[in-house]
Structure formats: C-alpha cells, structure tokens
Design a protein around this ligand. Structure first.
Ligand SMILES: Nc1ncnc2c1ncn2[C@@H]1O[C@H](COP(=O)(O)OP(=O)(O)OP(=O)(O)O)[C@@H](O)[C@H]1O
Ligand SMILES: Nc1ncnc2c1ncn2[C@@H]1O[C@H](COP(=O)(O)OP(=O)(O)OP(=O)(O)O)[C@@H](O)[C@H]1O
Ligand SMILES: [Mg+2]
Ligand SMILES: [Mg+2]
Lengths: 169, 176, 169, 176
C-alpha cells in the first residue's frame, strides 16, 4: 500500500512545479522571475502517508508567501488547477470536463489557462470546458452552444466547428 | 481513447433525445446563458460515467428525469398551463438515459449507456448488453476513468477544493 | 422575541418578490412573463420560527421549479442577491461591500445587477463593489484601481472619478 | 450616513500608509488584476467595522500586519533578498491599523480606528479617544452596521451561502 501510494505521490510531486510554472509564466523581459511561480507537496506523515494529510504549497510569481490560505481567489484557482493537472499526469484519463473553473480569473490568467489547454489538448487528452469567458472559448476547436427553447421548455444544442474558420494573421 | 459523442434522453432539462458529437476535436467549449443547461450537460457526462448522484445537485435518480410541466410539487401554481392540463397526467417522462460513444485507443468503439428505470434504479449497458455496475466501472477503469474520485471532472464551484489536505484521499484512490 | 423576529420576517417576506422581479426583469415584448421571476419565504416552525430554518423559494422567469438546489449557478446567485437586498431593506445599513458576487453571471445577468445597483445607490445607500467585469464597473461613479508595486512589494491604489467623463449619447 | 474615506497602515498587502476617498459617490468599483489586493481592501473595511478575524482568511490578528520580506517561515528561501538582509531584522511591521472616516446623516464626522498592537490585540478609537470593543460596536449599531452578522458585507465566494436555511440566524440578528 505504501509502495502504491508513494509511486503516485512521487510522480505528482515531481510534476507539480513545472505545471504550475507553465500556468503562471509571464514571458516578461523585465523580470528574472518571468519563469513563473513555484509549488511543491509535503507529507504530514512520512511513515504512513495515506493516513494523514498532504500539504500543498504554491507561491505565485514574485510573491513570497506559500500559505495557500493567504492567496487571492484567482491565485488559489491557478494553484488548484496546477495540482489537478499534476494529479492527472499519473495514469491520465482520456479527457477532462471543467465547469466554469475560470470564474475567479482575470484576463491575464484566463489567457494563461487558455494557452495551457490549447498546448496540452491532443488525441490523448481531450478538454471539454464550460465557460462564460469569450477569450477562452474563442480558442477552442469547436463550440457546443446551449440555449433554452422556451416553447418546448427544454435545453437545446447547436454545434459549431471553429476549425473551419481559421484566424486570419 | 476519446469521447466521440453523447446522446441524452429526457435527462434533466433536455426533453426528448439530444445528440452531440465531439468529432476529432481536442478542445471543445460548452457555452450559453445562465440557466440554459450547460452544467446539466456535464451532469450527463458524469452520469454516464457512473458517478454517484449526490454529486449531481439531486438527491435521487428520479430528479434527473426531465420534468416538463406542473407536477405535485407545483400543485399550488395556477396560470398558463390550462391547455396542457388534460395531457399532463403523463407529462413527466417515465424513463431517461445517457449514452456515450467512446473510441478506445485501439480503435474499438464502446457504447456506454446508463438508464434510469421506472422504479428509480440505474441500468447499465455496454454495446447493448446489460452489465452490472461493477463491470461498467471496470471497463471505465481500464480507460483510466475513475468514477469514485472525479479525477477528470471539475464541477461548478469546486475547483478550489482540490487543494485541501483531503486531496490526499484522491491520490490514494488514483493509485489503488 | 417572537414579535421582534416576526417584524423582521414580515418585512423581508413582503419585499423579496419585488426585489427579485427587479433583478430578473427582461423587458421582453414577446413574453407576458417579461416582468421577472417570483420568490417567497416560508417558515419551518410557525410558533417558534427563530428555532428552525427559513426556506427560500425562487423561480426564475419562465421556469417552473422552485427548488433552490436545482437552479443553475447564475440563477442561484441572482436569487441570493435578491434575498440579501430584501434582508437589507429592514433597518438598512448605509453601505454594501460586495466582493466578486458577479463571478457566475452571464452578460445579461451582469447588466441586470448593474442596473439594480445604479438605480438603488444614493445618498442613503452606497455600493462598493469589487468586480472583474468591465460592463459592471464601467457604470460606477468612481473607480479605485488596485495594482501591485513589485519593487515596493506592496499594493497601491489609484482613484478615478468617472463622473467627469460623461458617456456621450 | 456614508463612508467618506479610508486609511490603511501596514494592513495585509498595503505597506506604509494608504488613503482612499469615496467623495460623494454612490457606486464605487474596486478593480485590478488577481492578487493585487482588492479583497484585502475589503478586509480592511470589514476589519475597521469590528468584524471577527476568522472571516478574514487569517487565523490571528498578527497575520493582518504587512509582512514584507523573508521571515522565519521563508527561511529556506534563498535568492534575491541579499541586499535587504542587513536591514531585515525589523522588516515586519510592528503595528498596523485601519481608520475610516464616516459621515453620519446629521453631518457629524466619526473617525473610527482599529489598531493591532504589538501583542496582537485590537485597540479601538473613536475620534482619537480609546473605547472598548463594546462601545465601538454600539456606535456602529446606531448606524445599522452590525458586525456580528455581516449584513452589508459579502466576501468573495460567499454570495450563494445566504440562501441556506441558516440565514434564519441572520434575520434574528438583524432584529435583536
Ligand atoms: N429534471 C429536470 N427537468 C427539467 N428541468 C430541469 C431539471 N433539472 C434541472 N432543470 C433545470 O435546468 C436549469 C439549470 O441548468 P444548468 O445548471 O445546466 O444551467 P447552466 O447553463 O449551467 O447555467 P449557469 O451558467 O448559471 O451555471 C434550471 O433552471 C433547472 O430548472
Ligand atoms: N500580511 C500580508 N502581508 C503582505 N502581503 C499579504 C499579506 N496578506 C496577504 N497578502 C498578499 O495579498 C495577496 C492577496 O490579495 P487579495 O486577496 O486582496 O487579491 P485580489 O485582488 O482580491 O485578487 P483576486 O482577484 O484573485 O481575488 C496575496 O498574494 C498575499 O500574498
Ligand atoms: Mg452551470
Ligand atoms: Mg479577491
């Protein structure tokens, strides 16, 4: 049991930092910290880790705190998504379904999340994302539009493949 | 593998039969106004993957069946339904299902269907063959879809909960 | 005690519906229900109401359910705000401070909330709203912009009075 | 009455002294990127109104004092702070306060100030006169500002909680 748990823990632990960096990279020339924030996991109980908690520490770029409780709403969301994607990297499922995970994100962070999804979705990992934010859903391959048909008292769908409308340079 | 398509029948706010296809897309967005049915679509995906109903904003399976017009709860509601009244005895749909078409990485197509029967239970089918909940779960586990731990589903309002120390439990699930 | 409680309950109960209607009005000519949804409160314990729960029922326009649990994220937010404003109408405090209450709202609902705030803020009720949504904060009288000064490692503020920039017709 | 202005000193992410004015506005928006300090500004307003610290994402009052550079918790962090190192023994601010200027409907101006002392306690002043927490609460109650029940403050992520049946408690508070 320890072996199984540790195998997963080690894998996730080793991936969390690079994923968090990918989600927080600023491409900023002025800042040597343009590479993003940092994140890591610690075990509360080293001998029987599956019986105790796992603490997650995330430090946004250019900040100095690691206490998750003091992070802002948007910072917590980005940190939580990084952890979600890190956990997923161990025995990855073929798809993700995310419902309005961008609610607390400002425009810059929505862009970072959008780029992450665009760069990491492929034939082995399909992203299905519910979002109210134009800048995110504009970048998807396809849109499923949901609307309410009042007469029928029912939800209806309409699908649009965006790949047939390439963005002009 | 990948999700190729989905078929809903009388599920939550989707009356009748609704089909959506994911084609060959890698990144699909579901959009629409508040209350239109987007989260209900995610509930359909979660439902067909065998997730427990307590996660679906409903207390029992029967709540997931499309309800169209006034029913016992709304009996005090008067007004504009008079025309329907005569047909309405049966207006609540009696059965509902969600089916998903899943293509495994070796090309094999799986049709996974979960139905709510008239006595409020789940009935599972894989390629039209009735199976137990356990077998259904196992087939999904082989594809790394774990319905015990929502490892690939993030419900509305839930994203920040992952970082609580009880995410420890998730990791154990993933391994075992 | 019963008298005090009931006085508050009756007042709030009598105002909730009109406030909910104000927040959900659609101005739609096609719909006779353009007037908005409906909402009401019920007591679980009639004799000693302060010992039990109060159930809140809200039915969005053109929908037929009243169970709060089945409402969507945006619908729940609008219903909760109506209740908040109704409670406030009994012995009103001089101001409201709202932190990203619009996170789950689509554009149409953000507009309804914005109009409600614009129409109900006055010398007796000041609204201070934290928001990431342009269409909401563009309508305020003034903006307090918060930014992070990286060198100083501190938050900084800058204030802008929007009333000196009237919207051109 | 109305909130006329606010002054923060070493409060959360606001180093030094920060003043903001509400002038004669009825509707003010606080805007800025994630992590810039908007919710911290709301925390300042809640703090000066006497709200309990448990609502402010901090476990004790000392967490509310501006912390600028590496402290004991960050002792393993290396890097770019070497210049500050020599001055840093005292870099954590020792005291912090928030003061709000409130104009009553009869025109009287109240300066309400709540300070965190070096031993981690709250000190309350009204127009520079030290008062007890109870008196401070009462002055606010006269203005219909109830710090027991957050009737006029909606924290980030909290809006939907109002509709739970325990909002009953809120109503009782408002009456009593
Ligand atoms: N069994 C059912 N039969 C009919 N309608 C239902 C049923 N269950 C839920 N609904 C309706 O579905 C609507 C909610 O849909 P859903 O939660 O999917 O919206 P949404 O598009 O996610 O909105 P939001 O953007 O606000 O989150 C509610 O208005 C509810 O009345
Ligand atoms: N005592 C303190 N000293 C210095 N910085 C602090 C202190 N407490 C919190 N912070 C910092 O304040 C930041 C959070 O600010 P805040 O929650 O106000 O952001 P926000 O503008 O509301 O963001 P969002 O839009 O994401 O909600 C965190 O990055 C945290 O590190
Ligand atoms: Mg939703
Ligand atoms: Mg915030």
């Amino acid at each position: 049991r320890y072996a199984l748990f540790n195998q997963a823990f080690e894998h996730i632990s080793s991936h969390i930092d690079s994923i968090y960096k990918e989600l927080t990279r600023t491409n900023s020339v002025i800042s040597p910290l343009g590479g993003g924030g940092s994140a890591y996991l610690t075990l509360e109980d080293e001998d029987e880790p599956y019986l105790a908690g796992i603490k997650y520490h995330a430090m946004p770029p250019m900040k100095r705190f690691r206490d998750m409780e003091l992070l802002s709403g948007g910072e917590k969301t980005i940190a939580a998504l990084a952890l979600l994607f890190a956990i997923h990297s161990f025995h990855p499922s073929p798809f993700f379904v995310l419902d309005e995970v961008d609610a607390a994100l400002d425009n810059a962070n929505v862009n970072k999340l959008t780029n992450y999804i665009v760069n990491n979705s492929n034939e082995h990992l399909q992203f299905i994302v519910i979002s109210l934010k134009n800048s995110l859903f504009e970048k998807s391959d396809a849109l499923i539009g949901i609307f309410r048909d009042q007469e029928e008292n029912s939800s209806k769908t309409v699908t649009l493949d965006l790949r047939s409308y390439p963005v002009e340079a | 593998g990948r999700l190729v398509g989905l078929e809903l029948h009388n599920f939550k706010s989707y009356k009748g039969t609704t089909s959506i296809g994911f084609g060959t897309t890698f990144f699909t967005s579901i959009i629409g106004p508040n209350g239109s049915g987007k989260s209900n679509m995610m509930d359909a995906i979660s439902f067909v993957l065998g997730i427990k109903t307590s996660n679906l904003r409903s207390h029992n399976l029967k709540d997931l069946i499309y309800r169209g017009v006034r029913n016992r709860q709304d009996s005090e509601q008067q007004g504009d339904d008079d025309d329907d009244d005569h047909d309405d005895g049966n207006k609540k749909a009696s059965r509902a299902y969600v089916m998903c078409i899943y293509e495994k990485s070796d090309g094999e197509i799986l049709k996974l269907k979960r139905e709510i029967t008239s006595n409020g239970n789940s009935e599972y089918r894989i390629n039209d063959r009735i199976v137990s909940a356990a077998e259904y779960s196992d087939i999904l586990k082989n594809e790394n879809i774990l319905n015990k731990t929502k490892n690939c589903l993030v419900f509305q309002g839930d994203v920040q909960k992952i970082s609580a120390p009880l995410e420890l439990t998730k990791i154990i699930e993933v391994v075992s």
